[in-house]
Design a protein. Sequence first.
Length: 174
Amino acid sequence: MDKREKLIKSTKIYDGTVIHLREDEVLCPSGNHSYREVVDHQGGVAILFIQNNKVCLIKQFRYAYEEEMLEIPAGKIEKNEDPLTTGLRELEEETGYVAKKATYLGGIYPSCGYTNEIIHLYLVTEATKKEVHFDEDENIDTYFFSLEEVLEMVKKGIIKDAKTICALQYYQNL
């Protein structure tokens, strides 16, 4: 049985800088009509940076959760930008490390119930330290931990960020 829903009508609700919200009326396979609220998002990139057997984590305040989070460097894809370029740019902006290459780990759907965002995950193992270039609204601290320490922080619930946990899982399965 085909489980795809067919779009009947789409209504734009909000058009923001980072996200766009629409309400779609759909025809379900059962023949019933339903509504889907969808957050359209350009997508993002996160970099698992491991150098000298140390994992790079950043700590920053995340307004939506009202707490500081330990996570891997990441950022949103700009219009017409390829994910690798985004990732290398974000690594440099947030940590001051410049990498020449990265290995693609995979893509994740952070919340498939209401958004079409895809976060692309990359691994960087070699980078040169330069100057940090924070965005004007960023206040970030950079740390390096052993892989064992990071995995222990995941187990203890200190690291809660999904993209970080997924990147670590991809890395462990290489």
